[in-house]
Design a protein around this ligand. Structure first.
Ligand code: FES
Length: 123
């Protein structure tokens, strides 16, 4: 249950962009790479109206949703004020240039939401 699964190499992710991982259920995961080669994973669904965050522009440690330009923090999955709402985030491990996600997440696990944060979730 706790196993990590390699999904790709860091250099296979577009810098300041993302790659999408398809899942059997639970929605796809967007895996982002920042300018500084940090890697984050969020459900590929904007907390506003479900826009595909994987198609947004990464800047700093955030992504701008391509639909209505909300800014979503990559570490928490939460929209930056004045907007509000969060999308689930997934743990990522990077080792020797390789990116790992928990097998449970890849199988459709729900990911984590910050405490007391609600996701609008309705698409
Ligand atoms: S759906 Fe992302 S900003 Fe509206």
């Amino acid at each position: 249950m706790d196993a990590w699964t390699e999904i790709c190499r860091v250099d296979e992710l577009p810098r300041l962009g993302a790659r999408t991982l398809r899942r059997p259920h639970g929605g796809d995961i967007a895996v982002f790479r920042t300018e500084g080669d940090e890697v984050f994973a969020l459900l590929d669904r904007c907390p506003h109206k479900g826009g595909p965050l994987s198609q947004g522009l990464v800047f700093g440690r955030a992504v701008a949703c391509p639909l209505h330009n909300w800014t979503v923090a990559l570490d928490s999955g939460c929209a930056v004020a004045p907007d509000h709402g969060c999308t689930p985030a997934f743990e990522v491990r990077v080792e020797q240039g390789r990116v790992y996600l928990r097998a449970q997440a890849l199988a459709g696990g729900a990911g984590t939401l910050p405490e007391a944060a609600g996701s609008s979730g309705d698409v």
